[in-house]
Design a protein around this ligand. Structure first.
Ligand code: GLA
Length: 944
């Protein structure tokens, strides 16, 4: 009976990713469950094998019996159903019918989904009957429904007798947002055995006897079989490793179950896979193959271990089991945790007590992989983990600027020393770093010696001291992609340049304007046909009526630099024409257009590192020969470890992560701040002057208004504390600082303050180029860093990654470069205020969730801490008639450096006089004056 009632529940607004269960939506009638003998409700079956979209930011989303996916009553167009199954597309339910004859349901998107967004809550449904195999199928119903349809769609299948299984599928439609869908009033009619739900992999297992890999992952991810990777890179104890067969070449069989896919291998063995950032799960069954049983039951015994390994070498054992012929024969491995902190999956198969008949199968082994301009997992050899120097060996510095090189090994037991240091540099053994200043330009070398037990190796290090470096400090600027995407045009470039000057962003240092993808003729369908007959690149004439050069001229006239974008393949990520095969022509053209930066992407190019190095080097050389100093920004997302070769490819910045999204935790394959941390935290030792690890665009100012950057995070944006954390981390990492908000729109005062925090920017732009060293990291706790600064100060930061506020205490005796005895002046850089002086500890009570504290510590005893800008009567800096005058009362030798906003030193002078005047031969614009005296330094901006 339908009871008519009206409830004044919440309005029919229910965002897909609301963080907690909402009250029921309004409904006007209720449909009770139809019951009776021979009827089983769908919701009475075991729902666990049903796959459903999962959302890390809303654990509420799941498959539910008699409730919607977000845990409300099931309501479709104002009708409440007491029985049914709530789910979230993409979702698949496989029903083993066991002779059930009919299925009834009302399909619909639940009223809790957001009705106002026309591109959300759109799903496709498929009901498929399976006869005697996975391929002998009949589509019984298919179509689309939306949140705005008038009523649910009725399913009334009354003759299912010829089908063994039934698939009930909701696919995502245009996207997954608000795809809360129901099987309302859903029930089966059966005689005898009830129908049951099964996992896709379990369909037809009895019939064929062979377990097949699933066709897709839990959320529609692609399946990558382990056996499809390059098995030659595995270590194998005996015989030849086999793809999809046992080591003896038989069908993989464990305990009587046969498997279609897997790897046949013999202990002692090693299988290593580099996950490359887009693997969401790994599954396998590791066991002894039946081919050696039972006759050889006493033979095989293997100690198996499955390990996740991070960039910094830390490991986590996910499974460990001795498998044998007369004990435990096999064990399952199911890794579904967040893998963003883990770089490798390693399987060790040790021969254990005996080394005979150790025929191991890694059966039914596969990765779930979410494609998003990302790179697939790949096999790596065991020897790639042997002890080595794990830090930069090609270093850069400017004459007269303090230099620091932190040496580091991937093996914490290794001892590192340094030989043949040039004059001016010293080895600090306690901290394992080279430190000093070289005044004369040139190429210098020294040798790092790395010793482990009896073994030692010598690694040459080169230091280029030059005042003409591509990028002395991390570049700062704006990239068009996040907010603008395809709509980049001359108008947008000009408006952005105007806005960046007007809003004070250029004065704050953001002086590169980079035109990202789809400036090209042909747009997303670009090809070589969009080039001139002699192969030159052409911009879209409608968007750039005056050509690219006019944009560059406009930007230059504003005192800014102009950047352009291309890709090391035939097409860019968005489908415009790329530069592969046209490197020289393109580099020359960019130079003629007077571009100052090239962001060079990697979509559509071969996955391996060697090819990436070749392709980037080709473009690096082409830029070098182009006749113009063009900053080469390598963008292959960190997959092929560009921090180890980007310097050789003549780059000076390399992206180290996939695309940042406007959220704390990335969903749908995009990365949020937590994944940026995972990607950046353990590569600090590769950062340095002219070799910058880039964490991608910051999302400050987007507040959910970006295009894919925000869409992929359900347009929620971040909290102000999260945006402040983004700024703080990027500054601590010495990452380039790139904004990505729509410059033509208003930027709120608070956002502008976050972007232009000059005290944080000062540590980012510190000339010594050190990245924040990872001191501690706990994904549910604190992330702590320290960053050495040119003048001897140390910046320390703590980020609260937990979901509640928490207190933290810095133990200064544990911070590299500090001693816990010296007293420090403490400056809070996020809130720009002085704190009490500190000696042993700094207390940080109640750090809000996802907030960051950054402190700059200056030793009280040393030098001229009274240094300050004019007005305090201490340091005075003025610029007039092409010269800069600096006065500082402190006694002692003073070094003055004048550089452009990109960090290039233009003039230096050293004198003990109180006032120093030095001529600067440079065009009008903003310059930075850096005064160093008695080991202390201060930077001041002047307009010449
Ligand atoms: C890739 C890059 C992004 C952006 C887009 C443009 O995804 O990583 O930063 O340049 O391509 O298509």
């Amino acid at each position: 009976m339908n009871s008519k009632l009206i409830r004044t529940g919440m309005a029919a607004f229910m965002a897909c990713f609301a963080l907690s269960a909402w009250a029921d939506t309004a409904y006007t009638e209720t449909v009770a469950a139809t019951t009776g003998s021979g009827i089983v409700q769908f919701s009475e079956l075991d729902l666990t094998p049903i796959t459903c979209f999962t959302d890390k930011s809303n654990a509420n989303i799941q498959v539910r019996a008699n409730r919607s996916t977000d845990d409300n009553s099931i309501v479709i167009r104002g009708v409440k159903y007491e029985s049914g199954v709530g789910t979230h597309a993409p979702s698949k339910a496989f029903i083993q019918l066991n002779g059930a004859t009919s299925f009834y349901a009302i399909m619909g998107v639940d009223d809790e989904a957001d009705e106002t967004k026309t591109n959300e809550g759109n799903v496709d449904y498929n009901i498929v009957g399976y006869k005697d195999s996975k391929t002998n199928t009949v589509t019984l119903m298919s179509g689309s429904i939306t949140r705005r349809d008038e009523a649910g769609v009725e399913v009334n299948l009354t003759d299912l007798s010829e089908y063994k299984y039934l698939l009930l599928e909701y696919a995502a439609g245009t996207n997954t947002w608000s795809d809360h869908c129901d099987w309302a009033d859903a029930r089966f009619t059966y005689t005898g055995e009830k129908p049951v739900t099964v996992a896709e992999t379990d369909m037809f297992v009895e019939e064929s006897g062979i377990v097949q890999l699933p066709t897709q992952g839990a959320n529609g991810e692609e399946i990558i079989p382990l056996s499809s990777l390059d098995l030659n890179l595995c270590t194998n104890g005996w015989g030849a490793i086999k793809k999809d067969k046992s080591i003896d070449g038989n069908t993989i069989t464990i305990g009587g179950t046969e498997y279609a896919s897997g790897v046949g291998i013999h202990a002692t063995a090693f299988v290593g896979v580099k996950l490359n950032g887009a693997v969401t799960a790994f599954h396998a069954i590791i066991g002894i193959d039946d081919e050696v049983l039972p006759q050889k039951a006493d033979g095989p015994s293997v100690d198996a271990k499955v390990v996740l390994r991070a960039q910094n070498g830390s490991e986590k054992v996910v499974a460990e089991q001795t498998i044998s012929g007369n004990g435990v024969q096999s064990f399952p491995v199911d890794i579904t945790e967040d893998l963003s902190n883990w770089k490798y999956l390693l399987i060790y198969l040790d021969k254990g007590a005996k080394d005979s008949y150790d025929h191991v199968d890694i059966a039914n082994a596969y990765f779930e992989y979410l494609e998003q301009n990302s790179t697939r997992p790949e096999m790596v050899a065991e020897n790639s983990f042997s002890t080595s120097l794990d830090c930069a060996t090609i270093l850069f510095s400017q004459p007269g600027v303090r230099f620091m090189h932190k040496l580091h090994s991937n093996n914490p037991d290794a001892i590192i020393t340094v030989e043949d240091l040039p004059a001016g540099l010293e080895f600090n053994e306690g901290r394992c770093l080279v430190d000093g200043t070289i005044d004369v330009e040139g190429e210098y070398t020294y040798t790092a010696v790395i010793t482990l037990g009896e073994d030692s190796s010598r690694v040459p290090c080169t230091l280029t001291v030059s005042k003409d470096l591509q990028q002395p400090v991390p570049f700062m600027g704006w990239l068009s992609w996040n907010a603008i995407e395809d709509n980049i045009s001359e108008d947008v470039v000009k408006a952005a340049a105007d806005a960046m000057v007007d809003k004070g962003l250029v004065a704050a240092g953001y002086n590169y304007l980079v035109m990202d993808d789809v400036w090209h003729d042909g747009g997303r369908n670009g090809s070589t046909a969009n080039r001139t007959s002699d192969g030159k690149p052409v911009a879209d004439p409608a968007k750039f009526p005056n050509g690219v050069k006019a944009c560059a001229d406009y930007v230059h006239a504003k005192g800014m630099k102009f950047g352009i974008y291309s890709d090391a393949a035939a097409k860019t990520c968005a489908g415009a024409f790329g530069s592969f095969g046209y490197e020289e022509i393109d580099a020359k053209q960019y130079a003629e257009w007077e571009c100052d930066l090239l962001k060079y992407d990697y979509c559509g190019a071969p996955a391996d590192q060697a090819t990436a190095i070749t392709r980037y080097t080709t473009m690096g050389e082409a830029l070098k020969n182009s006749g113009r100093n063009i900053l080469f920004y390598i963008c292959e997302w960190g997959v092929r470890e560009p921090w180890k070769w980007g310097d050789r490819a003549l780059g000076s910045t390399w992206r180290c992560t996939y695309d940042t999204r406007d959220c704390w935790v990335g969903v749908n394959g995009g990365i949020g701040i937590t994944q940026s941390i995972a990607g950046m935290k353990d590569i600090w030792m590769y950062n340095g002057v002219n070799r910058w690890n880039d964490a991608d665009m910051m999302c400050i100012g987007l507040n959910g208004t970006g295009k894919s950057s925000s869409h992929l995070c359900q347009k929620a944006g971040m909290t102000k504390n999260e945006y402040r954390t983004q700024m703080a981390l990027w500054c601590m990492w010495a990452s380039p600082l790139t904004l990505s908000n729509d410059m033509t729109k208003e930027i709120s005062k608070v956002d502008l303050e976050i972007m232009t925090n000059e005290e944080l920017i000062a540590i980012n732009q510190d000339r010594m180029g050190q990245a924040g060293q990872n001191l501690a990291y706990d994904a549910d706790g604190f992330y702590v860093m320290s960053k050495d600064l040119e003048n001897g100060d140390v910046a320390i930061s703590v980020t609260n990654l937990a979901s509640a506020s928490a207190s933290y205490t810095f133990d200064l005796s544990k911070v590299p470069g500090l001693d816990g005895v010296t007293t420090y002046k403490v400056r809070d850089l996020v809130n720009k205020k002085d704190m009490d002086n500190a000696t042993a500890t700094i207390e940080c009570p109640n750090i809000p969730t996802h907030a960051t504290r950054v402190y700059r510590l200056s030793a009280v005893e040393s030098g001229i801490q009274e240094v300050g800008v004019n007005g305090n009567g201490k340091l005075s800096v003025s610029a007039k008639n092409g010269a800069v005058k600096v006065c500082l009362p402190a006694a002692g030798s003073k070094r003055v450096l004048v550089s452009d906003i990109a960090g290039h030193v233009l003039a230096t002078a050293t004198s003990a006089d109180q006032c120093i005047t030095l001529p600067v031969n440079a065009p009008k614009g903003i310059y930075v004056v850096n005064v160093v005296c008695n080991g202390r330094s201060q930077s001041v901006k002047v307009t010449l």
